[in-house]
Design a protein around this ligand. Structure first.
Ligand SMILES: Cc1ncc(COP(=O)(O)O)c(C=O)c1O
Ligand SMILES: N[C@@H](CCCC[NH3+])C(=O)O
Length: 527
C-alpha cells in the first residue's frame, strides 16, 4: 500500500499522474490512449449500454443525463433485456449440455443477489425458478407470483416461522443445512400434518478460489453437512460417520420428510470450472454411497451458483454454455464410474444473471489530488529522485451504503465518465463515497480523464448483484432508486427512499407517537 500524502490543489494531471502511474496495481493496465478510458462494452457492461455520437453513455438509447434528471442519483440502472437474456443463456446453455445425460436442468435464480418483485418476475417469465434465503425473500418471490413449487428455501438457521410458512405455501424444496435442523423440521412438519420436501446441503470440501467470506464448501464454516467422517459427533455413537450420511438416514426414516436429493454450493465469484466439476464428482460419489447403503437412488442434485463475472478488465468470465459443457464432462464421468442413473440437475446462479445487467450512476462532487509516496520497488516517476506520485480523488454522492462490496470484500470495480466522453489525459483516480469513513471507497483504482469535475456523471458497471440487496442507511442516507430499462423505456422498479421513510420507524421521544401499536398487544396502543 502507498504511504501517506499531503493534499495539493485540486486539478488534473499533477506531476507523476497520468498514463502508467506507479501507484496503479499490477492488474490495471495503463490505458492505450485517452479514448480507451471512455470505452463501454462486454463483458463489463450490459448489452444495451453504448456511447452516443456526442460521447454520452446511453442505455438502450436513453442518455445518462436524462436518467439522472428524471430519477436522481445515485441510481441503480438495470438493463432488463440484458438480465432476461442472461437468464435464458443459463437455462438454454445448461439444458443443451445436460439434455441427454440427465434430461435437462432446472435453473433457480439466486434471489439473494438481487430480489425484487420485478426481478423475480423476469426470472420466472424466462423459465427460471427462484431460490430464497429467508422468510422475507420467500414473501417477495410469492408476491411476484412465482409458483411456490418452483421456489427453494435456504438458510443455515431458519426460524420456525420461516419453516412453517414454507410448508404452508407448499414450496418445492427446503434445503436443510444440519442434522439438528433436519430433526427439527421433521417434528414441525409432523405437527402440521405435512410432508416436507427436503434437499440436504453438503460441503464437499472444495476450497474455491475466492474471498474467504464467500467460499462456502470447505469444512470449517457454518454452512452444510460435511462428507467427512466426524470425530466430534454430538451423538457419541455416531462418531466415525459423516454428518451427511447421518442426515440421509434421518431423512429416510422420518415419515414427515421426503428426501429429494442433495445440494452443494462451493462459493461465489468463481472462474475455474474445475471447482464445480470436482464438487459434482464428490457429491455424485456420495449419491452412489447412499444407493449402496440404503438401496435408494436420490432423484435430484443441485450444484449451486457462484459463476464469476467481470468487475474489471482483469476478469474473464465464461459464457454459461461453456461452463455447462465443462461440468457435463465431470458429471458424465462420475455417473458412469458409479453406474448411477443421472439425477435431475439444478443450479442457482445469481450474480452472473443480475450483476452485469446493472450499473450505478453517481454525480461527482468534490475532486482533489494528493501526493502519495511511491511504494518500494515500483518504478519512480521522472525525475528519478521524486518518490511521490499523484492520486486523484473523485467523490460521488453515494458510497458504501449503496455498494458495501469494496469495503466488505476488498472488491475491485471500475468506472467511466458517463455524462460525456473526454480526450483529456487519463489520471489514476480513486472514486470515493460521501460517508464518514475513510474506507468508503467505490472504485479503488481507475484511470479517468483528468478533467472529471463537479456535476459530471460517473457510471460503475456490474453493480446489479449484491448491491441493492446489501445496501444500508449508514449516515442516514436514503437508499437509491432502481430503474429498469426495457425496449428503450425506463421505469422505476424500486422507488428512491426519502428521509420520511427513514423517520417512519422512529418513535418520537417528544410525543411518543410512532408506528401504530397493536391494541391487543400486552403493552396496548400508543398513548
Ligand atoms: C446456496 C447458494 N446458492 C446460490 C448462491 C448464488 O451465488 P452467485 O450469486 O455467486 O451465483 C449463493 C451465494 O453465494 C448461495 O449461498
Ligand atoms: N454477498 C456476496 C456473495 C454472496 C454469498 C452468498 N452465499 C458478494 O457480494 O459477493
Amino acid at each position: 500500500m502507498s504511504g501517506g500524502g499531503a493534499n495539493t490543489a485540486s486539478g488534473p494531471a499533477a506531476a507523476g499522474a497520468g498514463v502508467g502511474s506507479p501507484l496503479a496495481p499490477a492488474w490495471l493496465p495503463a490505458p492505450a490512449d485517452a479514448a480507451a478510458v471512455n470505452a463501454v462494452g462486454a463483458p463489463l457492461w450490459a448489452s444495451g449500454v453504448a456511447r452516443s455520437d456526442d460521447g454520452e453513455l446511453t442505455v438502450q438509447g436513453i442518455g445518462a443525463a436524462e436518467l439522472a434528471e428524471r430519477f436522481g442519483t445515485p441510481l441503480l440502472v438495470v438493463d432488463e433485456d440484458d438480465f432476461r437474456a442472461r437468464a435464458r443463456a443459463f437455462r438454454e446453455g445448461f439444458d443443451a449440455a445436460f439434455a441427454q445425460l440427465c434430461g435437462g436442468v432446472d435453473v433457480y435464480f439466486a434471489g439473494k443477489s438481487f430480489l425484487t418483485l420485478s426481478t423475480a418476475r423476469w426470472a420466472a417469465d424466462e423459465g427460471l425458478r427462484v431460490d430464497t434465503a429467508s422468510g422475507g425473500e420467500l414473501a417477495i418471490a410469492l408476491r411476484a407470483g412465482v409458483d411456490p413449487a418452483h421456489i427453494g428455501l435456504h438458510g443455515n438457521n431458519k426460524s420456525d416461522a420461516e419453516l412453517h410458512e414454507a410448508l404452508e405455501q407448499g414450496v418445492g424444496r427446503i434445503i436443510v443445512d444440519s442434522v439438528d435442523e433436519l430433526r427439527h423440521l421433521a417434528a414441525l412438519a409432523g405437527r402440521q400434518g405435512r410432508v416436507a420436501p427436503v434437499m440436504l446441503r453438503l460441503t464437499p470440501g472444495v476450497h474455491a478460489h475466492t474471498h474467504d467470506f464467500i467460499a462456502t464448501a470447505h469444512e470449517d464454516q457454518k454452512f452444510g453437512l460435511s462428507l467427512a467422517a466426524s470425530a466430534q459427533s454430538e451423538d457419541g455413537n455416531l462418531v466415525g460417520r459423516s454428518p451427511a450420511s447421518i442426515a440421509v438416514e434421518v431423512a429416510l426414516a422420518e415419515p414427515s420428510l421426503r428426501l429429494l436429493g442433495v445440494h452443494c454450493h462451493i462459493g461465489s465469484q468463481i472462474f475455474e470450472p474445475e471447482g464445480f466439476g470436482l464438487a459434482a464428482e464428490r457429491v455424485l460419489a456420495f449419491l452412489a454411497q447412499v444407493r449402496d447403503e440404503h438401496g435408494v437412488e436420490l432423484e435430484e442434485l443441485d450444484l449451486g451458483g457462484g459463476h464469476g463475472i467481470a468487475y474489471t478488465a482483469a476478469d474473464a468470465p465464461r459464457p454459461p454454455a461453456q461452463i455447462a459443457a465443462a461440468l457435463a464432462e465431470h458429471v458424465a464421468a462420475a455417473v458412469e464410474r458409479h453406474a448411477l442413473v443421472c439425477p435431475r440437475l439444478s443450479i442457482e446462479p445469481g450474480r452472473a444473471i443480475a450483476g452485469p445487467a446493472g450499473f450505478t450512476l453517481y454525480r461527482v462532487g468534490v475532486t482533489k489530488t494528493v501526493d502519495v509516496d511511491v511504494p518500494e520497488g515500483a518504478d519512480a516517476p521522472e525525475p528519478a529522485q521524486d518518490r511521490t506520485a499523484a492520486r486523484r480523488y473523485v467523490a460521488v454522492d453515494g458510497g458504501m451504503s449503496d455498494n458495501p462490496r469494496p469495503v466488505l470484500y476488498d472488491a475491485d470495480y471500475t468506472a467511466v465518465l458517463a455524462s460525456r466522453s473526454s480526450q483529456v489525459e487519463p489520471v489514476l483516480s480513486r472514486v470515493v463515497g460521501k460517508h464518514c469513513e475513510s474506507g468508503d471507497v467505490v472504485v479503488k483504482d481507475v484511470y479517468l480523464p483528468g478533467d472529471v469535475r463537479r456535476a459530471d456523471l460517473l457510471a460503475v458497471p456490474a453493480t446489479g448483484a449484491y448491491t441493492h440487496v446489501m445496501g444500508s442507511n449508514y449516515n442516514a442516507l436514503p437508499r437509491p432508486a432502481v430503474v429498469a430499462v426495457a425496449s428503450g423505456r425506463a421505469r422505476t422498479i424500486i422507488r428512491r427512499e426519502t428521509v420520511d421513510d427513514l423517520l417512519r420507524r422512529e418513535v418520537d421521544p417528544h410525543t411518543e407517537s410512532g408506528p401504530p401499536v397493536d391494541p391487543d398487544s400486552p403493552t396496548g396502543p400508543a398513548a
